[in-house]
Ligand binder design. Structure first.
Ligand SMILES: *[C@@H]1O[C@H](CO)[C@@H](O)[C@H](O)[C@H]1NC(C)=O
Ligand SMILES: *[C@@H]1O[C@H](CO)[C@@H](O)[C@H](O)[C@H]1NC(C)=O
Ligand SMILES: *[C@@H]1O[C@H](CO)[C@@H](O)[C@H](O)[C@H]1NC(C)=O
Ligand SMILES: *[C@@H]1O[C@H](CO)[C@@H](O)[C@H](O)[C@H]1NC(C)=O
Ligand SMILES: *[C@@H]1O[C@H](CO)[C@@H](O)[C@H](O)[C@H]1NC(C)=O
Length: 305
């Protein structure tokens, strides 16, 4: 009889025990077939604050929203820390889109440290005016900044079908008077691709997936490949949080990091022992019932053994 009561009380105790110990995946989510995990998130308060209000899932389509506009997310590569974006008005090899409808790529000032188009991503600015800052000694010096990036550039791009469809002859494009109709450069040399500021009609963006070397512009991958960064200190905060069964998030008001432990939030991690010894009295009180149950449960278990 005593054994039975003990068994029942253990069963009852294990329910709150599981509940009070961590919430490892409360922030993980999916949009279509894309997994959204730290530092990204769809729910407010989840993920790193540098990536807040960035991703939205609309009818299973993941959208990325920054000051220059909305892009469809094609892929998030957590191993290489990159995110691949598609803009419907981005020119490809098959289709050159002019008329200034493309987004370009401009991030909010506060978000700039966290998102940067990758160094092997080429931006090709199309139909920019003679007065464009690109040809006025911008960003520095008096040389035109156009150049090849990772073996991709305008000379090859001019060979694309899209230009033929526009009725522009290849030679005319490359050797006309005035500025070139296409100017290729890496993001780093201009820091922002604002088509109206640069007075350009359109743009293309492509990248190569190293170490594969592709032969021509018909085989480049069109899209914007963005690297994302989380400072090492913030990354280790998150690892420690997850290791103790928590989910990494941030304070929605002050943007400081928070480790979400299910029924409570910690500014370090969900290790209750550490919390009780280092935390303030009020924080410790918050979590007392959970740890009390845990202590009793462990005591009962050892008693039963
Ligand atoms: C996701 O689905 C799309 C088609 O809907 C497919 O092209 C893509 O390769 C899939 N991505 C992954 C990571 O499975
Ligand atoms: C923990 O933090 C998240 C994100 O700021 C918030 O949504 C949630 O309500 C907090 N939970 C508790 C128990 O305070
Ligand atoms: C692009 O530049 C124009 C003109 O300088 C400016 O009005 C606009 O706000 C900029 N767009 C973005 C997204 O920063
Ligand atoms: C880019 O590379 C092509 C050959 O692939 C070369 O003809 C061209 O001069 C290069 N352009 C620049 C600006 O370096
Ligand atoms: C990331 O860590 C640094 C150094 O500990 C800290 O100053 C910064 O506020 C953290 N960032 C966020 C978003 O919490």
């Amino acid at each position: 009889m005593a054994r039975l009561i003990l068994f029942i009380s253990l069963q009852l105790l294990f329910v709150p025990l599981v509940y009070s110990f961590g919430a490892p995946h409360v922030c993980r989510s999916y949009c279509g077939n894309i997994t959204i995990d730290y530092p990204f998130a769809l729910q407010p308060g989840c993920g790193h604050s540098g990536f807040r209000d960035l991703l939205f899932c609309i009818n299973d389509v993941l959208m990325f929203h920054i000051s220059s506009g909305s892009y469809r997310v094609l892929n998030i590569d957590y191993a290489y820390r990159s995110i691949t974006l598609h803009d419907p008005h981005l020119s490809t090899c098959d289709s050159i889109v002019l008329g200034g409808r493309g987004n370009g790529f401009v991030v909010e000032h506060w978000r700039a440290p966290y998102l940067n188009p990758s160094a092997d991503n080429v931006f090709m600015l199309l139909g920019c005016s003679t007065q464009s800052p690109l040809f006025q000694g911008f960003p520095a010096g008096n040389h035109v900044p156009c150049r090849n990036v990772s073996g991709m550039g305008c000379e090859e791009y001019y060979g694309c079908q899209g230009w033929m469809d526009l009725g522009l002859a290849r030679m005319g494009l490359a050797y006309g008077t005035g500025p070139p109709i296409c100017c290729a450069l890496p993001f780093d040399s201009i820091k922002s691709v604002n088509l109206s500021k640069l007075e350009c009609q359109g743009y293309s963006s492509a990248y190569t997936l190293a170490p594969l070397r592709v032969s021509g512009p018909a085989e480049w991958t069109y899209g914007i490949r963005v690297k994302y960064n989380v400072e090492a200190s913030n990354d280790s905060f998150c690892k420690a949080c997850e290791a103790t069964g928590g989910s990494c998030g941030h304070d929605v008001g002050r943007f400081g990091q928070l480790c979400m432990c299910g029924t409570w939030n910690s500014t370090s991690n969900c290790d209750t022992i550490m919390k009780l010894s280092v935390g303030g009295a009020t924080l410790a009180m918050d979590h007392l019932p959970g740890s009390l149950i845990a202590t009793i449960a462990f005591w009962l278990m050892s008693f039963r053994m």
